[in-house]
Ligand binder design. Structure first.
Ligand code: IMP
Ligand code: MG
Length: 187
């Protein structure tokens, strides 16, 4: 469905409808703002960005192209696999290695919801002895947040409603939309 400015205002992802929430032009301005802050905070340093797959791949690639200081990027992923005990689900992180030691780390996430995923990553990172760890998350569902870490670079606080697009998915689909859409709860 097209709105007056030619934007698709309503999309269907799998069985659900979503309404336009944040346009790509606004997303771009927010990412530029975060990049500027990081440039200022990390002058003379060479941070290692750590993107959390899958969701953060678009935000991470946009952010990296706007950051002007010397930097590197790597990616991590939580893979859930069946544990030894029957039916036990275990989340194991892959992609963390020795390159973390002594580095200034900036975690790049698409969204922090309850904060559980990030809290686990922060815990896992400690074992690799980074010099410092900061967090850049594009979206933050403040009302749903149950942890106590600080999001150093927060793009946007959003209500506790499901969103897709800009890397965010609904059951694996919808990551490719350049704008962000919010679940239509009236359906
Ligand atoms: P948390 O552990 O509750 O903070 O959830 C983090 C993960 O849940 C994110 O990395 C996303 O993969 C997923 N998630 C949470 N909220 C949304 C949403 O609104 N849309 C898409 N994915 C979400
Ligand atoms: Mg994610």
């Amino acid at each position: 469905m097209l709105s007056t400015n030619g934007k698709t205002s309503r999309i269907k992802v799998r069985d659900k409808f979503f309404n336009l929430y944040l346009e790509k032009e606004k997303i771009d301005r927010i990412v530029s703002g975060i990049a500027t802050c990081i440039d200022l905070d990390y002058q003379g340093k060479n941070p290692l960005f750590l993107g959390v797959l899958n969701g953060a791949f678009i935000f991470a690639s946009d952010l990296l192209r706007k950051v002007k200081i010397p930097c590197e990027i790597s990616f991590v992923k939580y893979s859930s696999y069946q544990g030894m005990a029957s039916g036990e689900k275990v989340n194991r992180i892959i992609g963390l290695n020795e390159t973390i030691r002594g580095r200034e780390i900036i975690i790049v996430e698409d969204i922090v919801d309850t904060g559980l995923t990030m809290a686990k990553l922060l815990g896992d990172l400690k074992a690799f002895e980074p010099a410092s760890v900061k967090i850049a998350s594009f979206c933050f569902k403040k009302e749903a947040f149950r942890e106590n870490f600080t999001i150093d670079y927060c793009g946007l606080e959003i209500p506790d409603l499901f969103v897709v697009g800009y890397g965010l998915d609904y059951d694996g689909a919808g990551r490719n939309f350049p704008d962000i859409y919010q679940l239509d709860e009236t359906q």
